[in-house]
Design a protein around this ligand. Structure first.
Ligand code: HEM
Length: 375
């Protein structure tokens, strides 16, 4: 607890990977992932889901007083994973990839059509997913975090790059709630071919005195080379798009000005980095990425759904949820989870269209009932 509010475990100041190099930081969280303190958005999610886990564990214990700590932990974990899967497949992927497309490739998650486990599918990601195409959403990361009060007036703002690995401004008072309002009521950055200037040229500003500011776009392009990703035109081919053998062939795919620029920068069309080509593609209808990214991202999410016999709505497997239990999972969304874990009073109904157009959800009446999860 910090200031009467629930936060996760903190790290030893001098032993942590991410805040340890700083001298001007009071708080530094300890999590299972080294990126734990990287930026405000990540910390908000970590704290929210940590609180949600504890809330679910407490409610499950009420329903199942005989459960051991181990069972309680595993059951709460299973519940949280299932809710996360529902949020990602039902609410996020249609916004990222386009609803119609998700439907056409079997990615849409509906309550009544159950996922059928296919043991022949490897639940693994192609390297083009983390090493290339799922980095494309770095282009929607905004440069400023706005903090809003109850009237949605801006009370503070922080440049993302100056507060990387500095959780301090999120601790105490209603800071988490203020950040949450800023991240949900204000529009995000439009998906463009570029990243915002602060992470593409001054990331981790003043982090460690011996390290200069870094450039996420260059790192992402270089990472693709480090791990030997196939070039952009080869990945398009793998996705089933027509072969490209010259810069002229790109005319049906990219903007002519960009093709000219690519021609100046790359000796051969075969050299174009996956991320560069993927970022330059126009966004697909109803989605936020181009067609090559959509193909690779869909492949990854398809595999980890249909190749997983424990996916949230798969039936007739050990541990499958009953209909009543699944109804509880389905009734939850990210808005409600934020309501349950913070002191926020209202949020956009659809948190993945962060522009207030989806209407406002009042957190007042929200209550989590896990009676169906009793044994
Ligand atoms: C403030 C927001 C964000 C910041 C500052 C950020 C920063 C970073 C950094 C520094 C890396 C490591 C790069 C490397 O060394 O290779 C990374 C990796 C990555 N990021 Fe982000 N990121 C943000 C948001 C996002 C979002 C919204 C997505 C996708 C929806 C995303 C997807 C990825 C992926 C897929 C990787 C590679 C992970 C891996 O290979 O293990 N990031 N990000």
């Amino acid at each position: 607890m910090i200031d009467g509010q629930e936060f996760g475990a903190q790290d030893q100041r001098n032993g942590s990977t991410f805040c340890g190099g700083r001298t001007n930081v009071t708080y530094c969280f300890n999590r299972g992932d080294p990126r734990k303190n990287q930026h405000f958005g990540l910390i908000l999610y970590e704290e929210t889901f940590l609180r949600f886990h504890n809330l679910v564990a407490e409610l499950l214990l009420n329903e199942n007083p005989d459960w051991s700590d181990e069972i309680l932990y595993q059951e709460a974990r299973r519940f949280i994973i299932a809710v996360l899967q529902i949020i990602v497949y039902r609410d996020y992927l249609p916004v990222l990839l386009g609803s119609d497309y998700c439907e056409s490739v079997g990615l849409i998650l509906t309550k009544d059509t159950k996922t059928v486990y296919d043991p022949s599918i490897m639940p693994q990601l192609a390297v083009e997913f983390p090493g290339g195409c799922f980095r494309v959403p770095h282009n929607v990361v905004p440069s400023i975090y706005f903090f809003l009060d109850e009237n949605n007036e801006i009370v503070e703002q922080f440049k993302l790059n100056e507060y990387m690995a500095i959780p301090d401004p999120l601790i105490g008072g209603s800071k988490l709630e203020e950040l949450l309002r800023g991240m949900t009521f204000l529009p995000g950055r439009c998906p463009l071919a570029s990243y915002n200037l602060l992470i593409s040229s001054r990331m981790f500003h003043n982090w460690v005195s011996t390290v200069a500011d870094t450039d996420l776009l260059s790192i992402d392009i270089q990472r693709g080379r480090d791990i030997g990703l196939p070039p952009y035109i080869r990945v398009r081919e793998i996705c089933g798009f027509p072969n490209i053998t010259s810069f002229c062939d790109l005319a049906n795919v990219l903007d002519p000005t960009d093709i000219l620029l690519l021609q100046k920068l790359y000796d051969s069309v075969e050299d174009i980095d996956l991320l560069v080509g993927a970022l330059l593609e126009p966004n697909v209808d109803g989605g936020m990425v181009g067609e090559t990214s959509r193909c690779i991202i869909a492949d990854g999410f398809y595999r980890i759904r249909y190749g997983d016999r424990f996916f949230c709505d798969v039936e007739n497997q050990p541990g499958s949820f009953t209909k009543e239990q699944f109804d509880v999972l389905w009734s939850l969304d990210l808005t409600q989870i934020f309501c349950l874990t913070t002191n926020i009073d209202k949020l956009p109904c659809d948190i993945f269209t962060p522009n207030g157009l989806s209407g406002t959800y009042s957190c007042e009446s929200i209550k989590l009932d896990l009676a169906a999860l009793g044994r």
